[in-house]
Design a protein around this ligand. Structure first.
Ligand code: PEP
Ligand code: MN
Length: 364
């Protein structure tokens, strides 16, 4: 697969002076809801209106989408606002219905990208279409599976392509609903620099207050656009209530975002250094997250030592850790001196945490 300028012509043709914005509700609920949101977003920086018509819900029993009836509401919204319309498709029947209703953008959801049979069925049904087709990352952080989805469309002669980064599921609770694992998207971007890359901060964060920070990170990493769930009455939304924002909030966020100027040499330098610094910030965040986890483990050990009346400092264990880390560090190009200083600092912090437990400040 060779992704070229041709595959991003749809984006170039929009001739935007800012990142691409797709916005609209998680789910189309009623005709009035769709039209009211679309009305608020028209004549703004939003070019594409999104709404889920068929909703892949993790557990049965929730709202599973309004179905084909909603496509008529989108046609009406398009006639009234001039925005392009986007829906999620998960099988051949969805594709046929979307095409019959003149939908402009079809996206493949995270739960569908994991399934090559379903993606192939969609690609076959869309064969040679000039519609815009966007592939969300699979729910698991598997870059090949994500690329595989794009490849299936590409091989079916679909030229107007793009990808949406919506984060990845993890078992342990973090501050995100879906962990961004930025490196997966960065690797995709490095492999296919011309493939339009869109961030979905709504599904990454799962909460409205974190949307601006993730949207800004994406722009700092040179993403081409953002997909942000927007609802007229978010608290009463039929799906994803916690992460949706009102149109006014969306427009405010878009105004606050620092958008890069891509013209002069100076601007290129600033873009590149911002992109690299954002990656460093992401690594530092991970480092602190892991340090926090490590100290919790130390505290648990502290509690065990207390219950069994064992001294905090176990010199042999410390020597073993240091030796193992020096060997691993050398393999990663880290100096022995750095490893020693770094782990001494960690070890001291660990001892402090254990002492607190043993002296009764923490733990039981
Ligand atoms: C959505 O966009 O509403 C959706 C279901 O997203 P995802 O496929 O990313 O879970
Ligand atoms: Mn949603």
């Amino acid at each position: 697969m060779e992704i070229t300028q041709e595959n991003r012509n749809w984006l170039t043709k929009l001739n935007l002076k800012h990142p691409l914005v797709l916005a609209g509700p998680c789910s189309a609920e009623t005709e009035a809801q769709v039209l009211a949101i679309a009305e608020e977003l028209k004549n703004s920086d939003v070019s594409i209106f999104r709404a889920g018509i068929w909703k892949p819900r993790t557990r049965p029993g929730g709202f599973e989408g309004i179905g084909a009836m909603g496509l008529k509401w989108l046609q009406k919204a398009k006639a009234q606002t001039g925005m392009l319309m986007a829906v999620e498709v998960a099988n051949a029947n969805h594709v046929k219905l979307a095409l019959e209703h003149d939908i402009d953008v079809l996206w493949i959801g995270a739960r569908t990208t994991v399934n090559p049979f379903a993606v192939q069925e969609i690609a076959d049904t869309l064969q040679n279409t000039d519609k815009i087709v966007l592939v969300k990352n699979p729910v698991n952080p598997d870059l090949s599976l994500w690329i595989g989805g794009v490849e299936r469309l590409y091989r079916a002669g679909i030229k107007n392509l793009g990808v949406i980064h919506r984060g990845f599921s993890v078992y342990e609770k973090t501050k995100y609903r879906n962990n961004p694992e930025w490196q997966v998207a960065i690797d995709l971007q490095n492999k296919f620099p011309l493939l339009p890359l869109i961030c979905d901060p709504s599904h990454i964060t799962g909460r409205r207050d974190m949307i601006p920070e993730v949207a800004q990170q994406a722009l700092d990493l040179n993403y081409d656009g953002l997909m942000i769930e927007t609802h007229i009455d978010p608290d009463n939304a039929w799906s994803d209530a916690a992460q949706q924002i009102v149109p006014q909030q969306l427009l405010h966020i878009l105004k606050q975002l620092k958008v890069k100027n891509k013209t002069s040499d100076q601007a290129l330098y600033v873009n590149e250094i911002t992109r690299l610094r954002t990656q460093i910030d992401i690594s530092d965040d991970k480092l602190l997250e892991i340090m926090g986890q490590r100290m919790k483990l130390s505290q648990a050990i502290g509690l065990l030592k207390k219950e069994n009346d064992i001294a905090v400092l176990q010199n042999q264990r410390w020597i073993e850790i240091l030796e193992r880390m020096k060997t691993m560090g050398l393999q990663r190009g880290l100096s022995e001196e750095f490893i020693e200083n770094f782990f001494k600092a960690i070890h001291q912090e660990s001892i402090k945490h254990q002492e607190k437990v043993i002296n009764g400040y923490l733990g039981k």
